[in-house]
Design a protein around this ligand. Structure first.
Ligand code: ZN
Length: 459
């Protein structure tokens, strides 16, 4: 163990207290009621980076929530790594499902529970603490480090690309290391080399121009909830596959290396369904089928549906409107705009007489992403994980979406490696999100080692 690694583990309790303080701040980016929390989290992070020893720390304004930038140049001739992460979190709802309050981080069984602790505040804090440990023990970093931490990742990063474009020169680097992302399983190290894209939509069907009494008008007036669910019900086949015409246009066949990883994973479907608390749907025959669907096929999911009376008790009403929130995960070759257009055509073609439908795309969406498999830094990251976790990591794809890979490639002309120590089963985006403290410890040592290796010229 190096002096830096010793320092990190000796100060782990302080690191946990920092993480708790960070997670007490309710930085929910999608809900305007939490915007005070957004500002507070950005300020907290900026302050923590300054205390770690970064001489340049700035809160960069965007058209939405600000980003936090930090920079320490050890030597202009040394390589520069840019660390990416996000300080915003998902909404904590449903609140009554949390065993301890979402914004009161609590430790149970070597896990810390709280909204944002795994996605992404815990994994993000790791490189901050590692940089501080280098400065405290060796007086300098192994290479140049910049941080760019956004506050809109959980809202689809609408201002991230403009931010990269505006600050292109200051963000210049040789490699991006993303503290966001997730290891796939707690018992098997993995590096994510591909992720699905996404697009989110909101569909609204309007019938009568005002809400109507369901007795006086029922049977004679049109009901937009009924029209909406009929149209939504025609979007999948009995096996759960999307059958919207044009939805899969342009989709490319999957990378054979990812198919090989699926074979090698020997994924156990029964354990998976137990862990998510859901019965196995019949069309999913085994782990291979499951991973193929998660990693290599596009999806169309209904995230929320509303219309009419939603309060306690009942109300005899025929509503004027009904709406649904939809999100799709895209595979290579699909584009957000074409998917939105295909869904809009599906709805318009099936819209019953007397209704109007509107389809609104939320944010720009993103295309699927693949990392260059021959990138030397990818092999270095795999070597560090192999040493610390005792087995060679698997190269995996990811069902979820991390659009930053493509954005960094486009604007800074660099590759991004996902080096996150969150694990996919940590209930991020759900109640009782947690982060394993064992991952926190491993992550600290791993980042310390990787930064040191990346400083040395590739052999
Ligand atoms: Zn995240």
């Amino acid at each position: 163990m190096s002096a830096v690694e010793d320092y990190l583990l000796a100060h782990i309790e302080e690191g946990i207290e920092d993480l708790k303080a960070f997670c007490r701040i309710p930085s929910v980016s999608t809900d305007p009621a939490f915007h005070g929390g957004i500002r507070e989290a950005a300020a907290f992070l900026a302050d923590r980076l300054r205390r770690a020893g970064f001489p340049t720390v700035e809160v960069l304004e965007t058209a939405g929530h600000p980003a936090v930038f930090a920079e320490l140049i050890r030597d202009p001739a040394a390589p520069t790594v840019l660390v990416y992460g996000h300080y915003d979190v998902q909404p904590p709802d449903p609140l009554d499902k949390w065993l301890t309050p979402a914004f009161e981080p609590t430790i149970r069984d070597d896990r810390i529970y709280g909204r944002g602790v795994s996605d992404d505040k815990g994994p993000l804090l790791i490189p901050v603490l590692v940089a501080e440990a280098y400065l405290k023990t060796e007086g300098r970093l192994p290479l140049n480090i910049k941080f760019l931490v956004e506050g809109e990742e959980e809202s689809g990063s609408p201002n991230f690309e403009p931010l990269l474009a505006t600050h292109r020169d200051r963000l210049a680097c040789d490699l991006v290391l993303s503290a966001d992302g997730a290891m796939w399983r707690p018992d098997l190290p993995s590096v994510t080399v591909a992720s699905r894209g996404q697009v989110a939509l909101e569909v609204t069907v309007t019938g009568p121009s005002k809400d109507l009494h369901s007795g006086r008008h029922g049977g004679s007036a049109q009901n937009p909830i009924r029209a909406l669910v009929q149209m939504l019900g025609a979007m999948h086949d009995a096996e759960g596959r999307v059958i919207v015409a044009g939805f899969k246009d342009g989709a490319k066949p999957p990378d054979p290396r990812i198919i090989a990883a699926i074979e090698a994973a020997q994924f156990d479907a029964e354990t998976y369904y137990r862990s998510i608390g859901s019965p196995k749907p019949d069309p999913i025959t085994d782990g291979r089928e499951l991973l193929t669907r998660q990693w290599l096929e596009p999806t169309l999911e209904f995230n929320g549906i509303s219309g009419g009376y939603q309060g306690a008790g009942g109300k005899t009403v025929i509503p004027s409107t009904a709406s649904a929130k939809i999100s799709c995960r895209l595979v290579a070759g699909q584009t957000p705009a074409e998917v939105t257009a295909a869904i809009a055509s599906h709805l318009e073609a099936r819209l019953p007489k007397g209704f109007a439908v509107s389809v609104m795309q939320r944010g720009p969406g993103s295309q699927a992403f693949f990392i260059d498999p021959d990138l030397p830094a990818l092999a270095q990251a795999e070597a560090v994980l192999g040493e610390l976790l005792g087995q060679k990591p698997l190269r995996v794809a990811m069902g979820a979406t991390i659009p930053i890979g493509a954005a960094f490639r486009k604007h800074l002309e660099v590759e991004a490696i996902f080096f996150s120590f969150s694990t996919a089963d940590e209930d991020y985006h759900a109640p009782n999100e947690f982060f394993r403290l064992s991952s926190f410890r491993t992550g600290l040592v791993a980042w310390a080692r990787l930064l040191d290796r990346l400083a040395k010229p590739a052999h």
